[in-house]
Write a protein that binds this ligand. Structure first.
Ligand code: OAD
Length: 241
């Protein structure tokens, strides 16, 4: 279906909460710890410089978990794919998630602002490669044949990807919805403010109100697998799609 010009422009931001019911832990549960390290401690360029094997191990474990049989997209991922089919380019899906559950749920255009787990990046050329296996400081890079591969993840202190496209979409958004994100990590946590200043209707969809709940015009509370399909179906029927 081609997008009708009278449809609102929607920007959707997803976070770890949308994948929680697919069996992937959010960042800030379990006290945010992994092998007694804070998540922030294993997700920085400094950590990679000082303790690369720990950082490789962290992402290898997460990449392996993502490919376990029971990790599958849930009803919220499927609903956003359905919305994309109805809204086409009038909708932009931005995710902070490094998993591929939106794609597996059927979404075709996904802006992974924090990178992707199933990808490796050459630290020298910045070329990226689809990568499903474990890798570390001994793995040869396909482009330069040296041991330069790093996880294709945006670490704390690095600039997220696609910022120009995202800010452009936010400046034209009629509606902004943040799904399953705690609102702790910038710049994503600031998107609601930008969308609001540009006149968008802002919605939070989360298990519980996040830290910036007061900035949202509307709030849906509950598991993403219930509240996202509901919101999508209402939107689709409102615009008679
Ligand atoms: P968080 O772990 O900070 O927040 C997850 C949010 O999802 C919380 O507000 C939960 O209440 C909510 N939640 C949990 N289960 C849910 C469910 N079933 N349905 C709906 N909501 C649910 O994760 P993010 O906000 O995504 O960055 O974290 C942002 C970034 O911080 C991540 O992308 C990552 C991290 O450190 C990098 O790795 C660079």
């Amino acid at each position: 279906m081609s997008a009708n010009q009278s449809l609102p422009n929607i920007v959707i931001l997803t976070g770890a909460g949308i994948s929680a019911e697919s069996g992937l832990k959010t960042f800030r549960d379990n006290d945010g710890l992994w092998e007694n390290h804070s998540v922030e401690e294993v997700a920085t360029p400094e950590a990679f410089e000082q303790n690369p094997s720990l950082v490789y191990r962290f992402y290898n474990a997460r990449r392996a978990q993502l490919q376990e049989d029971d990790v599958v997209p849930n009803a919220a991922h499927l609903a956003l794919a359905k919305l994309e089919k109805a809204f086409g380019h009038k909708m932009m899906l931005v995710t902070q998630n490094v998993d591929d559950l939106h794609e597996r749920g059927g979404s075709e255009s996904v802006y992974h602002m924090h990178g992707k787990l199933l990808s490796a990046r050459c630290a020298i050329s910045q070329q990226t490669f689809d990568w499903r296996e474990s890798f570390d400081h001994t793995t040869q890079c396909p482009c330069c044949k040296r041991v330069t591969l790093r996880p294709d993840i945006v670490w704390f202190g690095e600039i997220p990807m696609y910022m120009e496209e995202i800010y452009d979409a936010l400046s034209q958004a009629d509606m902004f919805i943040a799904i399953g994100t705690s609102g702790n990590v910038y710049p994503a946590a600031g998107f609601v403010q930008i969308a609001k200043e540009n006149g968008a209707h802002t919605i939070e969809a989360n298990l519980e109100p996040g830290v910036s709940n007061a900035l949202f015009d509307e709030s849906f509370t509950g598991p993403a697998s219930r509240i996202v399909p509901q919101w999508v179906d209402e939107l689709i029927s409102k615009y008679a799609l």
